[in-house]
Design a protein around this ligand. Sequence first.
Ligand SMILES: Cc1cc2nc3c(=O)[nH]c(=O)nc-3n(C[C@H](O)[C@H](O)[C@H](O)COP(=O)(O)OP(=O)(O)OC[C@H]3O[C@@H](n4cnc5c(N)ncnc54)[C@H](O)[C@@H]3O)c2cc1C
Length: 612
Amino acid sequence: MTTRAVHEAPGLALTAALRSVVDGSYAGVRDRVRRTLSGPDFAYPEPGISLADHRESTMAKTKLLAAAGVGDRQHEDVGERIAAFKTVGLGDLSVMVKVGVQFGLFGGAIDRLGTEYHHERYLADVASVALPGCFAMSELGHGSDVKSLRTTATYDADTHEFVVDTPDENARKDWIGNAAAHGRAAVVFAQLETAGEGRGVHAFVVPIRDEAGTPMPGVTITDCGPKMGLNGVDNGRLVFDHVRVPREALLDRYGQVAADGSYSSQIESPGRRFFTTIGALVEGRVAVAAQAISVTEVGLTIATRYALRRRQFPTADGSEQLLLDYTTHQRRLLPAIATTYGLEAAHAELVRRFAANLADPSESGQRTVESLAAGIKAYATWRNTETLDACRQCCGGKGYLWENRLPALLADSEIFQTFEGDNTVLAQLVVKGLLSGVAADFEDLDLVGLVKLVAGRAFNRMDPRTGHDALDSDTGRLAAFQWREEHLVETLGARMKKLVVDDHVDPAEALNRCMDHGLAAFTAHLERVILEAYQSLEGPAVLGTLRELFALSAIERDRAYFLEHGYLSGAQSRSVPGRVDALCRELRPYAASLVDGFGVPDELVAAPIATR
Ligand SMILES: Cc1cc2nc3c(=O)[nH]c(=O)nc-3n(C[C@H](O)[C@H](O)[C@H](O)COP(=O)(O)OP(=O)(O)OC[C@H]3O[C@@H](n4cnc5c(N)ncnc54)[C@H](O)[C@@H]3O)c2cc1C
């Protein structure tokens, strides 16, 4: 067995080197936001704070962050904005979500779907929070299936207005952040009807409250009430009763309505127009993925620091054993730390591609970014919940105390798995892209096009082959990950093709029947993407050991698959747990530096069990 030598000594120099890997080229922005969040104005809310007070303090903090320049779309580039949002994720997550709604979703929709008129009219007030706003997409009846939204916006050519209406209970806008207390306007997603024709989902800026905070005529606002977490965010419901807004309310970058009601768009196909509209909002997913990584880093910092001071049970020499010297503890924390550094690498690559595609847009670049954003968002948020739960358990009863932050972190971030796209639905979209081999019409859950592609494609049965050095080198491990992904996608395609072509099963039902297989392909794909990004990450040599631990832990979880298909021999497979144990032991002396490298300020760690 070979393991990499770790050259650096643990300590401040290593921490600084790791932190510059994590911050990348955005160290300036991240430090500025870290300093702001570390001030007394950002103290965490006391447990038992009333809903109303929590919401007001969250709004006050959002305004302070706005004053510090966070979320100013007119003066920040996209990489800086995401770095700022990511850093806000190190603190109170209600503030993070409120910031995300105001600047990312509300501001982002106006920015990306609107034109110069909307930018000039709204963006400065969005940035200063003079105009608190909402992103009103989800409805009671349709959350994941945005194409089927039922709110209508019908153009009245006589008055040059759109009439926004909620036709029934299922069309009620639900869960809308900023709606219950603070929002004065909302970007409302609705089915556009003009000149008697439906034109699909479009977005409109609709005032929902006047300056005194009274709901506008025809707008009914109700409160979603207390939630499992994120109670500083005022989620509400919106119902529109024939609310009239001027023609300019349409965010008309991708579809325009002339005064006489005639419709035009530079994108002819309605399906493509819909995906372009939704795809323009991808920044929200890029941001939530980053924030999930930040939250995981806070949890790992708390649990690892506690594990380095808490002792339990006597050892042979009469002293008591540190928790982190238990193999089980090492296995719960160190592979998660290794995965988190890998996610940092993959996310940095996503931001690079996203920024590059904004600077020089292409359809294939956009599809790649959408697929990567959906995949990293789902993988990172799933791992976040799993890791925070492990961190809580690692801290025993102390981890259950509010003051030690893990309960709030868990309760507030668990929903990341659902909003900005439900993870299972996102995984399906990624799998469709993998199956078709091209990520065209990425968000389309109508499977006809996909099935045509699948039916016309020969799937390689992929003879079993052995990965001789699958465990021993970076190239061997990457080859193993590539083989697993390719094998899962090919066999999934073959299954789908048989069901649809030979057995005449409806395409949606065929994918439905194969989706366990699809989720395995999703995980294999993401882990390959992460490992590739990890391998191109430059930094201290300890990253090599972390990378190896990430890879071997993933192989360990899936070694039945490698073994079943003859990729690993029985002896190779049996050696994996021992290799993971050895890597954990090797990294154990570096644990403090590894979590310090995440750069969570002490004021934000805040948990008494993790103070230095
Ligand atoms: C705290 C919070 C804040 C929010 N903020 C906003 C906001 O500001 N603006 C806004 O517009 N929305 C917001 N949302 C709504 C959020 O985006 C939706 O909850 C999300 O899109 C999921 O929709 P849903 O709740 O209707 O779940 P559903 O789509 O009904 O999903 C329920 C379950 O069914 C599964 N499922 C659904 N479809 C499929 C499928 N095709 N195949 C397999 N499984 C499937 C999902 O995996 C999930 O487990 C918020 C939600 C919450 C909880």
